[in-house]
Write a protein that binds this ligand. Structure first.
Ligand code: 4NP
Length: 169
């Protein structure tokens, strides 16, 4: 069994943190999608869902307007406020999902004592179509944001499906 998996109960909700660079485009989209799917499934009391950035450039900001517009078109709300991922988050969360390999490397570097390796994963390890990076859409056009949404839609769906059997009602 993967080391990040455990029995999930209402008393001990499963804690996920989605991580990218700025915490305004990719990780807020993943967070909003996962919240949306969990609510649709009526499972909100079993999860604690958050996102953060490896950089502090945008701390306090809401999700990027193009990320929000794209998500809203699909009926998904992005509630995040940008914050920086800090060392205690490594302890706090059950699963930490890096959007790209640079984010992944930055998280592993923070984990100098290698205590938390088993809970740090690339988001697209859950993508049923293609592994690798969730491409940074920040400097591109709307099509890039839609592409990110589609990648994260199927990746978060597969992630939730992997966690569901561990829920004990
Ligand atoms: P994110 O996108 O990591 O998906 O939130 C970015 C947001 C801001 C910057 C880069 C990427 N930036 O350089 O400010």
């Amino acid at each position: 069994m993967n080391s990040y998996l455990r029995t999930i109960t209402k008393e001990d909700p499963y804690k996920l943190c989605f991580v990218c660079l700025g915490n305004i485009c990719r990780s807020p989209t993943a967070e909003g999608l996962f919240i949306h799917k969990v609510k649709e499934a009526g499972l909100e009391s079993f999860f604690y869902i958050d996102s953060a950035g490896t950089a502090a450039y945008h701390v306090g900001e809401g999700a990027n307007s193009k990320s929000q517009a794209t998500a809203n078109q699909h009926g998904v709300h992005l509630p995040s406020r940008a914050r920086k991922f800090e060392y205690p988050d490594l302890e706090e969360f059950d699963l930490i999902l890096a959007m790209d390999f640079q984010n992944f490397t930055d998280l592993l570097e923070m984990d100098k004592k290698e205590k938390f390796r088993g809970k740090i994963s690339m988001m697209r390890n859950f993508d049923p179509i293609e592994k690798g990076n969730v491409p940074d859409p920040y400097y591109g056009g709307l099509q890039g944001f839609e592409n990110v949404f589609q990648i994260l839609d199927r990746s978060t769906e597969a992630l939730l499906n992997e966690l569901k059997p561990h829920i004990k009602e």
